[in-house]
Design a binder for this molecule. Structure first.
Ligand code: ATP
Length: 521
């Protein structure tokens, strides 16, 4: 049966795309796909490696004379066959300007022939001269059906083995397949074998924890087990309602009804007001796995190019879908699209373009939650309609919301909120973020703890008084952000937050209110 990916490659071959660059770690799977394409198109299939030169697939006889890349390209040029030539691990040679020139010359010749050149490599490194001539295909990770077939083969292989229990109910089968999504075919085989050896059966937990490690090793994605619940978020009612309404948005029922797959949201706003908390709680609400993309690492030169790392992350997210992809502090990385911060502006722009195109076209059930504090450098294209479903502005909490946050954090720390004057506490800390409220509470608890007594309202008030919130030190920035958001973003909360008091005056005002709360006046 032809897979979607083999059909895609076959279309490129039929349409005489001269050079196709397939990005994949999985040579075996790509080889099988190319064999299928060659068979269907009745073409001969050759492969080139530095060790064996250019030889027909299945030929065991090396041809030393064609190990040299330029010679091999000359042979492709001269060949009269209708054929597909697969060059494996060719990317290091793309740094050689003579090879690049030869490929460009070859492009024109191949367009008028029945020959296709395929570069197969785990790393995408395209010299700018070739960017318009080469078509890039990210070879997808195994689908659910493919993993299912691998699992069936594994079950069959242990059927007569008394030491392990390979039996699975249809439900268990589905859980195992879902747990293994996002892995390459070899990794799937390895985790299945590991589970059998370690537990004597197919165990979802073994597979999930192996997967967590494998994904972490990719260097940019982290697999999170979100423990935060929606009830842990104080305030932000409009945002929570919007998200709740989309609770069933990933179901087949929603598709049948005619609703599009949600793309995701951008949360802009003041530090420490619950943006990251919301990203984690969304995953719990939708009962989906949470992947965190470390954008900073996309630009740190570990393996391959930044663009390649972004593509790889997207590929993993797509294959794990339905999932929540949390992109923390997207502003920090993308600020280089205009001026350079992490790398040259060209690289950042390409990575950004890869992301935006994916957001625009994505049909997979990957719900993106991007968070940002600084909007000054966010490229306008990112905020245009069609990228995110909605852009929310997360402001400092209102008095009512601060009270709710106090209650949440008191309860989290095994205290009964009813025993605290939460209303007074909330009034005592205008301009405080949720994170600052939490910190004030923890600090008050430490004070009481060293004195070996129970924490009380007055301790919290004292801690509040000792805190200078960011809204004082960063008053102008926050005001600017509010102003900016007025016309560009939707408010995450329907509650009105107080105007920020100015500089020292603001701190003094906060102190005054806190004294009132303490004395109960
Ligand atoms: P940053 O931009 O600094 O990453 P953020 O907006 O993502 O900030 P969070 O990381 O979500 O803020 O907040 C830090 C912590 O503060 C949370 O883990 C939570 O304990 C507390 N907090 C912040 N806002 C709220 C809130 N609305 N309700 C309850 N707790 C909150």
């Amino acid at each position: 049966m032809a897979t979607d990916q083999s059909k895609e490659i076959e279309t490129l071959v039929r349409a005489r795309y001269p050079i196709v660059y397939i990005v994949s770690w999985e040579e075996d799977r790509v080889d099988a796909c190319l064999r299928e394409v060659a068979r269907r198109r009745r073409k001969r299939l050759f492969q080139w490696t530095t060790t064996n030169g250019l030889v027909e697939y299945d030929s065991r006889r090396p041809r030393q004379e064609s190990c040299e890349p330029l010679n091999a390209l000359d042979e492709v040029f001269a060949s009269a066959d209708a054929a597909i030539f697969v060059f494996k691990d060719f990317h290091p040679f793309l740094k050689d300007s003579t090879v690049v020139r030869k490929l460009r010359d070859l492009t024109y010749a191949l367009k008028r022939s029945y020959k296709t050149l395929i570069i197969l490599s785990p790393i995408l490194e395209l010299p700018p001269e070739l960017q318009k001539d080469i078509t890039v295909v990210d070879y997808r990770l195994p689908t659910m059906e493919e993993i299912g077939r691998q699992l069936d083969a594994c079950v069959e292989s242990v059927a007569d083995d008394d030491r392990v229990d390979g039996s699975l109910t249809p439900e268990q089968h589905e859980h195992i397949v879902k747990a293994a999504r996002g892995l390459t075919a070899i990794e799937v085989d390895n985790v299945l074998a590991k589970s059998l050896v370690e537990r004597g059966c197919f165990d979802v937990d073994v597979i999930l924890s192996e997967k967590e490690q494998i994904i972490r090793k990719s260097g940019i994605l982290e697999y999170f087990r979100a423990e935060e619940r929606f009830a842990d978020i104080g305030g932000l009612d409009a945002l929570k309602n919007w998200l709740r309404k989309r609770n069933d948005a990933f179901t087949e029922r929603a598709r049948e009804y005619g609703l599009p797959q949600p793309k995701g949201i951008m949360l802009l706003g003041v530090q420490g007001c619950g943006k990251s908390l919301t990203a984690k709680a969304v995953a719990s609400l939708y009962r989906l796995p949470l992947l965190r993309l470390d954008v900073g690492r996309v630009f740190s030169g570990i393996i391959g190019s930044s663009e390649q790392r972004m593509r790889h992350a997207i590929q993993i997210a797509d294959s794990i879908a339905p999932t929540v992809l949390w992109i923390d502090e997207i502003d920090k990385a993308l600020s280089g699209t205009h001026s350079s911060t992490f790398s040259d502006a060209g690289t950042t722009s390409r990575v950004f373009a890869t992301f935006v195109t994916w957001m625009q076209e994505k049909e997979s059930a990957v719900f993106v939650v991007a968070t940002a504090n600084d909007v000054t450098n966010l490229p306008p294209e990112l905020l245009r309609k069609g990228r995110f479903d909605e852009i929310f502005f997360v402001d400092l909490p209102s008095a009512e919301e601060r009270e709710e946050i106090f209650r949440i954090h008191l309860a989290k720390r095994k205290r009964d909120p009813a025993e605290f004057a939460t209303r007074e506490l909330a009034l005592a800390c205008p301009g405080f973020s949720g994170a600052e409220i939490e910190q004030a509470l923890i600090s008050a608890m430490y004070d009481a703890f060293v004195e070996e007594r129970e924490v009380e309202t007055a301790d919290v008030v004292r801690a509040i008084r000792e805190t200078v919130p960011l809204s004082v030190t960063m008053r102008e920035e926050i005001q600017w952000l509010r102003h900016w958001s007025e016309t560009r973003a939707r408010l995450a909360s329907s509650k009105v937050t107080e105007e920020l008091a100015g500089g020292d005056e603001g701190a003094a005002e906060a102190r005054d209110v806190s004294e009132t709360a303490e004395t109960g006046e």
